[in-house]
Design a protein around this ligand. Structure first.
Ligand SMILES: Cc1cc2nc3c(=O)[nH]c(=O)nc-3n(C[C@H](O)[C@H](O)[C@H](O)COP(=O)(O)O)c2cc1C
Ligand code: SF4
Length: 521
């Protein structure tokens, strides 16, 4: 009987040698005349254990990791195909605490199935949400999504159902569903992991959105740095089309929907939804003023649902198990789960899907294992490059959109980047401004000019040049950017700058209270 051996195809695993490990396993099995079925699965999201090799045994899957190519012969000698003892043996995969303590709804299949096997997808609950949606009218689907409490996972946390309702209510000869897969935030990779590890769930979510609002065409705007995701998505789209889940007549329903991929332009601002629309239309990605909302006049001026990958990938389970099932997870107005991404100076970087409400401390220490360097953690940036820097005193804040905002933070796309006590927070504030200067689309003055001036002023502060005056000027500048910028790029850049200043004043050479207004001379 053929034994299934799993080696991830996920690019994080491939970047540390998974392809070579898979090749060595196939070669040695052939040499030793052992019958195996090699499955290139998605990653389980425990990056410090990659390449993580799993073997299907009668007692469940047994994990070994991190496996290097040179370990493979020894694994065969140790009888790893039967789950044999070896120094890299981790035991049953599902019992590894990092995985066991998660609540995987959106990521339920990632790492378990073969990402491009339709049969595997179907066997593990795939297409049930779409089938349920096909039996409903558009308003009913929208109602389910609204009742689930699902909010946009791309950053702004806008209720998905309300956005869909607007598109549904807007009459047009053509409507679109656009999936925002630009994933530009620092320390984030959940979109990529879904697209590489379970692409059908995204396709299913987009098809449900299309049925809900009456759209017939969808685009995935894919970050150009994700070639592996692109290959996997194309393979999955072709398979879904061949099997009738996409195309002119979805599962014989008479309803049409198809999806194409557009590679991103490699600019952070192209993740902002209106700049993304410009880019999709073949123009340079520049932010459009709102109104009109994309839900009313979006792609090519037509009503368009724009949602993040994780938002859309969360929809199938809602339609399958019901709004109530999903809404039972979470706290306050943050319902369901969020796939948090642990990055930066942590021992155990990776993906942790949990219901909203756990604290930052639990993520950093219980899952993340503290800093990788062994030094104390000092600051954490949550929510990408526009997120605030949070000090140790804020680590007990629950991860919930409202509670986090009240504590001066931003959950955003759930990216968490940790820094130990060697970090220079004045330098990080400078970096935030510099990032904005580099990535600004240039449309409005507070952001285009303000960010350049911001770097200059922070440099003066760092070098001790007229420090009180320049600090006051920096605050004034941040105020102008916050209130005068056209979009959140310029509007939120002051967040990391001012939080660094507030929580780590000593890094800016401040010993007493800083002046709050500029004295102009
Ligand atoms: C500067 C900037 C960059 C953004 N980048 C992304 C991104 O990479 N991916 C994403 O899904 N949303 C991004 N957004 C948010 C989008 O504008 C938009 O809110 C989101 O795609 C809507 O989907 P959601 O409601 O499902 O979150 C960005 C916003 C701004 C202001
Ligand atoms: S805030 Fe920056 S990125 Fe946004 S529109 Fe203005 S210049 Fe463009």
């Amino acid at each position: 009987m053929s034994i299934a051996v799993y080696v991830p195809r996920d690019s994080a695993a491939v970047s540390v040698g998974a392809a070579e490990v898979a090749e060595a396993i196939a070669r040695i099995a052939a040499l030793r005349k052992l019958e195996i079925t090699l499955v290139r699965n998605g990653s389980r999201g425990m990056f410090w254990l990659e390449p993580l090799v799993e073997v299907a045994t009668p007692a469940g899957r047994i994990a070994y990791g991190p496996v290097a190519e040179r370990d493979v012969a020894g694994l065969f000698d140790a009888g790893f195909l039967e789950g044999g003892a070896h120094r890299l043996r981790l035991g049953p995969t599902e019992d590894i605490p990092y995985l066991k303590n998660q609540e995987r709804l959106t990521f339920a299949r990632v790492g378990i199935t073969d990402p491009i096997s339709l049969a595997d997808y179907e066997q593990h609950g795939g297409w049930r949400g779409l089938r349920a949606a096909l039996a409903m009218q558009g308003p009913e689907i929208v109602e389910q999504v609204t009742a689930s409490g699902l909010r946009g996972r791309g950053g702004a946390a806008f209720p998905a159902g309300i956005k869909w309702r607007t598109v549904l209510a807007t009459a047009a000869d053509q409507k679109y569903v656009v999936c925002n897969a630009d994933e530009g935030d620092s320390g984030t990779f959940s979109d990529r992991m879904i697209m590489e590890g379970d692409p059908f769930v995204l396709i299913e979510g987009m098809a449900i959105a299309a049925l809900a609002v009456g759209a017939t065409l969808g685009y995935i705007y894919l970050r150009s740095e994700y070639p592996d995701a692109e290959r996997t998505l194309y393979a999955a789209l072709a398979a879904a089309r061949d099997a009738g889940f996409l195309g002119p007549d979805i599962l014989g329903s008479g309803k049409a929907f198809d999806i194409d991929i557009r590679r991103g332009a490699g600019a952070y601002i192209c993740g902002e939804e209106t700049a993304m629309l410009d880019s999709l239309e073949g123009k340079r990605g520049m932010v459009r003023p709102k109104p009109p909302l994309p839900a009313i006049a979006g792609l090519f001026g037509k009503p368009t649902v724009i949602n993040n990958v994780i938002t859309l990938a969360s929809v199938p389970i809602i339609l399958d198990k019901g709004a109530r099932f999903y809404a039972d997870y979470g706290m306050g107005r943050s319902r369901g789960t969020l796939p948090f991404q642990l990055a930066g100076n942590l021992q155990h970087g990776g993906l942790v899907e949990k219901a909203f409400g756990l604290t930052l401390r639990e993520l950093l220490y219980d899952f993340g294992g503290g800093s990788a360097t062994g030094r104390p953690l000092r600051a954490v940036q949550v929510g990408g490059p526009l997120g605030q820097y949070l000090p140790v005193g804020k680590f007990d804040t629950p991860l919930d959109y409202e509670a986090f905002a009240a504590a001066g933070g931003m959950v955003g796309h759930g990216g968490i980047v940790a820094f130990d006590d060697a970090v220079d927070m004045a330098w990080m504030a400078r970096y935030a401004m510099e990032f904005c200067a580099i990535e600004s689309c240039g449309k409005c003055t507070p952001c285009r000019i303000g960010s350049v001036r911001g770097v200059e002023v922070i440099d003066k502060v760092r070098h001790g040049e007229r420090r009180p005056q320049n600090l006051a000027l920096l605050r004034d500048l941040c105020d102008t950017m916050t209130h005068g910028s056209l979009c959140a790029m310029g509007g939120l850049t002051p967040g990391p700058v001012l939080s660094a200043l507030e929580h780590f004043p000593e890094d800016f050479g401040i010993t007493g209270p800083a002046p709050t207004t500029a004295k102009r001379s």
